[in-house]
Write a protein that binds this ligand. Sequence first.
Ligand SMILES: *Cc1c(COP(=O)(O)O)cnc(C)c1O
Ligand SMILES: [Zn+2]
Length: 416
Amino acid sequence: MENDQVTFVKGLQCRECHHQFPKEPLHVCEFCFGPLEVVYNYDEIKKSLTREAIQGRPTNMWRYKELLPIDGEPTVGAQVGWTPLVKADRLAKALGLKELYIKNDAVNYPTLSFKDRVVSVAMSKAKEFGFKTVACASTGNLANSVAANAAASGWESYIFIPYDLEQGKVLGTLVFGTNLVGIKGTYDEVNRLCSEIAAKYKWAFVNINIRPYYAEGSKAMGYEIAEQLGWKIPQNIVVPMAGGSLITKLAKSFDELTKIGLVEKSPIKVFGAQATGCSPITTAVKNEWELFKPVRPDTICKSLAIGNPADGFYAANVMRKSGGWGEDVTDEEIVDSMKLLGQTEGIFAETAGGVTLGVARKLIAQGRINKDESVVLCITGNGLKTQEVLVGKVGEPKIINAKLGEFDDLYQKHHK
Ligand SMILES: *Cc1c(COP(=O)(O)O)cnc(C)c1O
Ligand SMILES: [Zn+2]
């Protein structure tokens, strides 16, 4: 770290026993084994960060740099973020909602998922720490993003995935020339192995030893939503959950904006979405369990297939505290909602998007989402990466010879 760089980061703090730690590549508390979190000097941020200052900056997630945990300028992923917040009127009508928005991180740069945000922060921080090799355990999108950003930065990378991921996620990692290792097991088994590898090899594992910094990158999605709504917090937000980090960081982002006076305090109900075939967090919420029970995933939504979610406990608390709820949907409902999103808004989301919309539909039917209130759906990944789930589910092209007569016949058959 250079001396002339302004930073608002105080250090790390244990989420359980609140013991303080310096800004280092640490992720667990040495006293109670609780997870560590980045803490900021909000009084100082409040003094120097205004709406006008932010609005004058380039349209990427680094416009909120004071609220992100790096000391210097971002060295990785400087163009990430500022994805569209789409006013989804046609989908709103289909759902009977008054005011619906889609935060479309399916078009995030460079690898079409919200993971580009967390990787940008993690790798920029890892560079400040002096690491030269980056690694991750991934359900797919993180693999794509780490591989791409490592290639663009000239870093060596090691990526660990369950061996049976979708082809789009696998090829979309290999193309960047990384070291990709497929593990015969679930993500939770990949993650356990990676903890051992991280202890032995001195790499920046973005979601292990760099995790406290990595996770902060998710907050930018919340800042953007508030700014794009005209510096307002929506009344409801529906968020897909894998490890449960994104949902907790979105809640944190809205708290922070309120704390530093960039938005007025207003209630937001936070709803978490999972696939029924891997729903440890929503099952705990629905049963009002204090703790979730780990599961063995069995769903087409592989990006969210984490059976033992690291932030599951905190995610459940965020939902409860906000007056929100958790729900889950079957594989069939996931595909059905991917189609509805495509056919109403022209947005091709991956399976996780089908989870988010499917869960929103359930929550509306249950009356848990009030139809008169504003709702934001977080679409976090791109459908081009999970095409196999649609095979045989969206019809077939009608094949004809290049003859006008054959088209006329087809058209007439269709319009009778
Ligand atoms: C990783 C991921 C999430 C959420 O991840 P968390 O571990 O809960 O932060 C959501 N959607 C997609 C598409 C993802 O890849
Ligand atoms: Zn502790």
